[in-house]
Design a protein around this ligand. Sequence first.
Ligand code: 13P
Length: 249
Amino acid sequence: MRKKIIAGNWKMNMTPTEAVNLVNTLKPLVNNEDVDVVFCVPAIDIIPAMEAAKGTNIHIGAENMYFEESGAYTGEISPKMLEDAGVKYVVIGHSERREYFAETDETVNKKVLKALEHGITPIICCGESLTQREQGITIDWIRQQIKIAFLNVTADQAKTTVIAYEPIWAIGTGKTATTEQAEEVCAAIRACIGEIYDEATADAIRIQYGGSVNAGNAAELFAQPDIDGGLVGGASLKPDFGKIVCYNK
Ligand code: 13P
């Protein structure tokens, strides 16, 4: 049985002071031992959020990372820095990073390999645009994203990773994919991992759904056989996140 993993993606929200307050507000609400709980926060919030989350079940993750160890890359944050801070999860290749910061499947692959090298679990994002869905090429597109993201990743490494399926048209729009749409793509991702590696790897890898997840739709989404949790944007900034994490209570 795969343990569910429910992660908040705070995006570019919360000052360090606000971050501490939010962790303090949410910590009594996200206590669910059936679930791995992760708050992926802006780089400047990582240390104070970790302090605030000490002694709780909350893991603090990063939202991005560069693929070099150190050097002349002004403004970037390295895997070494995250590792030293005790970060165990990092979101890689979110569609917003692909759209606004020119990330590609190739840079995603480099980042995935680097994170794994540093013992950090990548939460690898994939997802189609509305046009791609309407053209019926969703599955082909996602398979391509997955195949490139996992280049040179071993089966043992792949087993430890997390994939987040986030249809771009469902992000921040209030337009959740139907349970059937979400399950169909998550099942296709698992099948693709099975083709690249083997059944054991496909069975072990955790696949999240993301895109307008809220307290009202979480339980149904997370009950699907191939959906192992969620990557939550807007609702992760509110007490509602507690209801999402405790979807099975
Ligand atoms: P929303 O939950 O706000 O739609 O965002 C989803 C997302 O992009 C999480 O990474």
